[in-house]
Design a protein around this ligand. Structure first.
Ligand code: ADP
Length: 372
């Protein structure tokens, strides 16, 4: 197998399980993001892959070869970490050359590679300067250049953009992705920032409390969260997760949430027959609602009403918080289409794209899967 694989990785610190049986594979050319709240174990997973830490159990494979006990150098990795690891009193050229010199590469080859990489990252004019005289963004690019100047078998990034302001971040993301595309190796990128993960990832693995919550493409993770943790974590605003009840009426399953009632697609029938459908958790994606001003385009849609509790205008979008009859709240994300915004206290008419309803078992909090 090409690419990188971690299999059943476990790491404990003072008897606390920090990495709890983590497995995933990253293909050559794939940009794989580890996303999750701080303290969840993402950096530890990266350190286990890099060989800076040894796992208590599990294995790491690169191109099918078991490298679990290999030294960091034997693993031939390109790494960019948050603190950059730049030597402040060395010039930029020597900082970038550091890993290559350690590998006893010839001077002419080193110069050629550094020139190409520095040109690509806009660092050519900085090569003679001391690293200490560079701004944060420039130092970040030096760290990136040092990782990318070698032909590594896998590239690891641990929150490398955390210290940059938003404008530099955008540029640095593009630099990282363009170098990734050129290398066609597995890249693993750690972040706690969802927008960064969604902008960059081919696939995302969400890690929380040391456990792998879900692996998927950004769209899979957004549309079909594997459990209620995922539903409540992903998206701005995240999915509404409300207690509900399914009933079989009029020849189909319907789901009731407070006084709202939605029809479920027949594909749910099989799983609902096998479950206690009288009490479950219902996931309603804030972006799956049809607001009052678009209802004319959906003449067959079932129209609901609820009182507006809050109106939060964003850039090009608006988030409405609706209060349901049982006192729970529903957050609805609407495109700002230029119509006058609804007002707090008014009754809001809306419909739901019922194909986007998610259901979760009330006890396990895992997603129920419709049978297609
Ligand atoms: P993340 O990258 O998701 O923020 P980390 O992998 O850095 O999470 O940390 C996971 C947990 O392990 C945290 O509770 C952290 O305090 C703990 N931890 C990390 N490194 C060590 C260490 N060397 N010794 C003890 N605990 C550690």
């Amino acid at each position: 197998m090409h690419g990188l694989e971690v299999r059943n990785l476990v790491k404990k610190y003072q008897n606390t399980l920090v990495v709890d049986d983590i497995s995933f594979q990253v293909a050559d050319g794939e940009f794989f993001v580890l996303l999750g709240p701080s303290g969840g174990g993402k950096s530890t997973i990266l350190r286990l892959i890099s060989g800076l830490e040894a796992p208590d159990a599990g294995q790491v494979f690169m191109s099918g070869r078991d490298i679990t006990t290999a030294t960091p150098r034997e693993r031939n990795l390109g790494m960019v970490f948050q603190d950059y690891g730049i030597y402040p009193n060395m010039n930029v050229f020597d900082n970038i050359a550091y890993g290559l010199q350690a590998r006893k590469m010839g001077r002419a080859e080193i110069e050629k590679r550094i020139k190409i990489t520095a040109d690509k990252l806009g660092l050519a004019e900085y090569l003679p300067k001391l690293a200490i005289d560079l701004s944060g963004g420039e130092q970040q690019r030096v760290a990136l250049a040092r990782a990318m100047v070698k032909d590594a078998d896998t590239y690891l990034f641990d929150e490398p953009l955390a210290n940059l302001d938003p404008k530099l971040r955008y540029r640095a993301r593009r630099d990282i992705q363009s170098l990734h595309r050129q290398k066609q190796k597995p890249s693993i990128y750690v972040t706690h920032d969802q927008s960064e993960a969604f902008a960059m990832a081919d696939r995302i693995a969400v890690i929380a409390k040391g456990r792998l919550q879900q692996v998927g493409t950004p769209d899979e993770i957004l549309q079909s969260p594997a459990n209620t943790f995922m539903a409540r974590f992903i998206g701005t605003p995240p999915m509404n997760v409300l207690e509900g009840e399914c009933v079989y009426e009029d020849d189909r399953y319907q789901v009731k949430v407070a006084d709202l009632r939605f029809s479920l697609d027949p594909t749910w029938k099989h799983v609902l027959q096998a479950t206690d459908a009288s009490h479950l958790l219902v996931g309603l994606n804030p972006a799956a609602f049809i607001p009052a001003w678009e209802l004319a385009d959906y003449p067959d849609a079932m129209v609901h009403h609820a009182q507006i509790e809050d109106v939060e205008p964003l850039i090009g979008e608006v988030v409405l918080t609706l209060r349901l009859t049982d006192g729970s709240y529903l957050r609805v994300l609407c495109e700002d289409s230029g119509v006058a915004l609804p007002e707090v206290g008014h009754i809001f008419a809306f419909a739901l794209d019922e194909a986007r309803i998610c259901l979760f078992d009330i006890l396990t909090e895992k997603a129920l899967q419709p049978a297609f």
